[in-house]
Design a protein around this ligand. Structure first.
Ligand code: HEM
Length: 355
């Protein structure tokens, strides 16, 4: 009798407790508090210096833009996403430089970037972040953190410790080419002439169920050289931002969305390995950037350009860096919007100054 009562009264309570614990775990996982926890927290807490409340934790200096994407129709057979068939749809985006400090000089980094949010007439969205770098240094996100810590200057010498650098290259030999590339990379002379690359692989899903792994780039129609050493020394602090405002005051700027199609055996889970140049390319459409607007007032400030938010017809690859980025970006986005909401952000990003 006692044991029957126990079963009918206490067992359901135990089941409810187990369900609640399970739900809590799954919410924690979805919020990035488990799984990628160490990576996400360490990146944001220790590795990425937070310069100023309200700004992005990386690529803090930026400017919003508006534009139009016109599909060529050439990729419609590869993916059922509306973006490859609808003729024209609006774009909101952001140009930024790779430095974390929102007030950094434009010559402080050779990385320039483009972020985009495309919206189709059926309300589906395609978000992306693109860099002028051709590939990621390491095969995983932990490698990115290991690289930052290996190259941290030793306080005694002001230089990276060669022993730690050697240990890093032993663990991540693929990073040599990115480090060498970076050491000799020239400064872009304008946002207008840069090619912006997605770096991680994605998978296009066609209406007939066929799947095609791809990477894509925004290829500029404007051809511009890089900055000479002499011009670089003379360049003003905001020269890239001044330049793009001046160019767009005269005419729109264009980039071709160029898909690179993987072949069997090309790695789709390793952003440090570019695919051979001769892979087939398809121009899926053209982006016209028509105007720029200061980031505090221009509508891009409150957007998380999370590249894992893809429309039906485009799927994520199993690239571990892509998966890690979703949590990192959500964390940075939530933190800066909270700072703005609580009035902790500085005037420039909270209200309406330029970049
Ligand atoms: C594990 C590696 C990475 C880390 C830790 C990282 C970290 C970050 C963070 C914290 C932000 C600020 C996000 C925000 O507040 O909205 C950011 C922005 C950005 N990241 Fe990454 N990132 C990584 C990999 C990449 C890769 C592979 C690309 C390649 C295209 C990339 C491109 C960008 C761009 C373009 C922005 C600026 C986006 C904007 O204008 O809103 N990142 N990154």
């Amino acid at each position: 009798m006692q044991s029957g009562k126990f079963k009918t009264f206490y067992l359901p309570l135990a089941a409810i407790a187990a369900i609640i614990a399970g739900l809590a775990l799954s919410f924690a996982w979805a919020a990035g508090l488990l799984g990628h926890r160490t990576t996400t927290r360490t990146f944001l807490g220790d590795s990425l210096q937070h310069f100023e409340p309200g700004y992005r934790r990386a690529h803090g200096k930026g400017i919003c833009f508006t534009g139009v994407f016109r599909s060529s129709g050439a990729a419609a057979s590869l993916s059922k996403a509306r973006f490859f068939s609808q003729q024209e749809f609006p774009v909101i985006g952001r140009f930024s430089i790779g430095a974390g400090d929102p007030h950094a000089a434009d010559t402080s980094t050779t990385t320039v970037s483009m972020a985009l949010l495309l919206t189709a007439d059926d309300k589906s969205q395609w978000r992306m972040k693109l860099n002028n770098a051709p590939y990621f240094p390491t095969r995983n996100a932990e490698g990115f953190l290991a690289q930052r810590s290996a190259f941290e200057p030793d306080p005694a010498t002001g230089q990276p410790d060669p022993v730690r650098v050697a240990a890093f290259f032993k663990e991540y030999p693929e990073a040599r080419k990115a480090v060498e590339y970076k050491a000799t990379a020239s400064s872009p002379s304008s946002f207008a002439g840069a090619q912006y690359n997605v770096i991680n692989a994605f998978v296009l899903l066609a209406a007939d169920g066929k799947r095609q792994p791809v990477r894509w780039s925004m290829r500029p129609r404007t051809t511009l050289g890089s900055l000479s050493a002499g011009d670089r020394a003379k360049a003003s602090r905001d020269f890239l931002f001044d330049d793009i405002k001046q160019r767009l005051a005269i005419a729109p700027l264009y980039w071709d969305l160029t898909l690179q199609l993987a072949e069997a055996g090309d790695p789709i889970d390793d952003p440090s390995q570019p695919w051979p140049e001769e892979r087939k390319q398809v121009i899926a459409g053209t982006l016209a950037v028509t105007g720029v607007h200061d980031q505090a007032a221009g509508g891009c400030r409150d957007i998380n350009f999370d590249p894992t938010l893809v429309p039906p017809g485009i799927e994520l690859s199993n690239d571990p860096v892509l998966a890690a980025r979703a949590g990192i970006y959500a964390h940075s986005y939530n933190a800066r919007l909270r700072e703005i909401g609580l009035g902790k952000a500085t005037e420039a990003v909270g209200h309406g100054d330029s970049h």
